[in-house]
Every structure is written in C-alpha cells, then in structure tokens.
Design a protein around this ligand. Structure first.
Ligand code: NAD
Length: 335
C-alpha cells in the first residue's frame, strides 16, 4: 500500500527542506507516491499566479499534503498563498504542538502545549479597505459556527490524545461582540465535555504573560485566528524556536501539514536551515494517515538525533547542514 501525497516544496528554504523530509519519511518504510506541485514565487512568472488551480485540485484528490513555506510579500502584492489554501480547502483547524525536546536549548523545560487555532476567519478574512488617504479599516469576522467547530475540534483532540484541559483565549473584555461570541461558543461546547475535559479561559495579553512565566500549567489552547498565529510563535519560542515547530491544517476533506516557520529567504539554498519542523509535520501527517507506529519511530529518531547533538543545525547550536541532519535521522530509522 502506498499513500498518494501532494508535496509542495514552496519558496526560500522550502525545497531543500522538502527533499530531506521526503527521504526521511521514506526511511520509515512507508511507501508514498509524491505528487509534487510547485506553488509560490516560482509559478508567478510561469503561470501568472502563486497558487495555480492544479495545486488545490491535487490536494482535493489526494486528501493530504506536505507543504514547505511560501513567501508572502509584506504590505502589497499577492495575498498569502497559505491563507488562500486554508480557505479554499476549508482547513479550519490549525494544530501546532509545542513540546520541550532534550538537546534543544531553551529557558524552559516540560512545556507540552497544543495550540488549536481557528483558521478560516477573524482578521484573516482579508476584508480591508482604505478610508481616504490616511486611514485603513480591516474587518474582523467571528461566527458562532466556526467558533463552535474549532472549540469542538479542541475538545475532541483533548479526548483522543489523553489531555486534561482546554483553555479558550480571547479579548472579550474589549471586543465584547466578536471575541465575546468566540468565548460564548467555547463555553457552550465545553458544557458538553464537562466532567471529561476541564475548561477555563484567559484574556490573550494575560495568556502571553502566563505562558512566559509558567507554561507548564497549560495544556490545549483554543484561539481565534490572529491570536492563534501570534501565540503559536510564542509557544515555538518556549521550546527552542521555529526550526523545531511543526503544524497541521485540518479540514473535513483534506489536511495540509506544514511547519510554523516561513521561507527564511536569507538562508535559502545554503543547506543550513533546520528540517526538523517539516519532518515533524510529516510525523503529524503519518498520525493523520493512521500510521501511528511509523510516526512514533520518526519522532523518536528526530528526538534521539537532536539529544545526541552531534549533527544538529546552526539554530540548535551545531554546524551540520540540512541534508546531513536529515541523513542522520534517516540512518537511525533504517537501523
Ligand atoms: P521565517 O519563519 O521565515 O524566518 C524567521 C527567522 O527564523 C529566520 O530568519 C531564521 O532565523 C529562523 N528560521 C525560520 N525557519 C528556520 C529553520 N527551518 N531553520 C533555522 N532557522 C529558521 O519568518 P519571516 O522572516 O517572518 O517570513 C519569511 C517569509 O515566509 C515571509 O514571506 C512570510 O510571509 C512567509 N511565511 C510563510 C509561512 C507559511 O508558508 N506557512 C509562515 C510564516 C511566514
């Protein structure tokens, strides 16, 4: 049996990370048919768009994609391909685990957080306009349906994975209507899980301080889109940085697995960036495919290689290249 998976190498450091992730995933013994789809800066010149329809069609067909980062111009230019993909495929749940890892220098130990970020609305709806030359307005959309759906996903995730508590994060003291609706929706869903999964809520600014002071007290966090984006980078920082932070975008019909980090253009083509986040995103994909044993072997091999510390990349204090680290992890898997 082999799995058909759409592989989007992406921009910047994406292609070199994708090559490594692909060979490490194959070293688990699971067979893949990679449907490689270019998207991003390269296809703007050749196809006039960073997200050709064939890419979305491929993911619809295969149901699963592994994706490298794609550059988004700041201030102007095309809209984020990452956001467009999540919206086109209704990938409503963005799940970003942040766990402490032996061998990764960090100020914290025993961090084990799951960030569940709503992925389809909020300020990411991208509805904004100029109001004359000196003002601009951006519309924040929060609906009960999307808020309940993400809250339910967080509680179901907690149940499936033996977690004990879900914390809803919001700013309902100021945005009483929009964030108020998000909080109310989470409270409604929480009532269905009472006695099985604990529930509480935090205002987002307080949440950031609490995560910096005592991250070990928190478990699963559920957040609207923008706070989820910011807090997941904060959580990645607690466990050693973007190089080791994987992510999953889950919908009813398709799932796209990608690192939290971006295309880091300054390191592109240098065989320098850390492939761990994309490899661990591949492990999340294996779990999604039901290949739990292979996922666990892959995660253990990455953890063991990092703990040993002799072939790690610059961000983890080493001098190994992207491909050297990947080869070492693959060798562990083949042993
Ligand atoms: P970035 O994550 O690309 O890089 C920030 C810094 O983090 C880098 O300079 C580097 O020091 C470090 N870093 C990131 N990934 C690393 C890795 N794998 N190994 C080692 N170090 C790593 O963030 P940015 O500079 O804000 O964004 C660059 C581009 O990526 C932008 O166009 C942005 O829109 C895009 N982006 C894409 C995605 C995505 O595809 N999902 C996510 C975030 C940012």
């Amino acid at each position: 049996m082999s799995y058909a998976v759409t592989l989007i190498p992406g921009d910047g450091i994406g292609p070199e990370l994708a090559d490594v992730a692909r060979s490490v995933l194959e070293a688990t013994g699971i067979a893949f048919e990679w449907d490689v789809q270019q998207a991003g800066e390269a296809t703007i010149a050749s196809e006039g768009t960073p997200l050709p329809d064939r890419v979305v069609e491929s993911i619809r067909r295969n149901g699963v994609a592994l994706k490298g980062p794609i550059t988004t111009p700041v201030g102007g230019g095309f809209r984020s391909v990452n956001v467009a993909l999540r919206q086109a495929l209704e990938l409503y749940a963005n799940v970003r685990p942040a766990r402490s890892m032996a061998g990764v220098a960090s100020r914290y130990e025993k961090v084990d957080l799951i960030i569940v970020r709503e992925n389809t609305e909020d300020l990411y709806a991208g509805i904004e306009h100029r109001v004359g030359p000196d003002a601009a307005e951006s519309i924040k959309i929060i609906t009960r349906a999307a808020s309940q759906r993400i809250a339910r996903y967080a509680f179901e995730y907690a149940l499936r994975n033996g977690r004990r508590r879900v914390t809803a994060v919001h700013k309902a003291n100021i945005m009483k209507l929009s964030d108020g609706l998000f909080l109310e929706s989470c409270q409604q869903i929480a009532a269905e899980y009472e006695g099985r999964i604990g529930f509480d809520d935090r205002i987002v600014d307080n949440m950031c301080m609490q995560l910096v002071q005592k991250p070990e007290l928190y478990d699963v966090l559920v957040l609207p889109n923008l706070y989820g984006d910011i807090v997941s980078d904060l959580a990645a920082g607690l466990v050693g940085g973007l190089g080791v932070a994987p992510g999953a975008n889950i919908g009813e019909k398709a799932a796209v697995f990608e690192p939290v980090h971006g295309s880091a253009p300054k390191y592109a083509g240098q065989d320098k960036a850390n492939p761990t986040a994309l490899i661990l995103s591949g492990a999340l994909m294996l779990r999604h495919l039901g290949e739990t044993d292979a996922a666990e072997r892959l995660e253990s091999a990455v953890r063991a290689e990092i703990a040993q510390g002799t072939t790690v990349t610059y961000d983890l204090g080493g001098s190994a290249g992207t491909s050297e680290f990947g080869a070492a992890v693959a060798a562990r898997l083949r042993d």
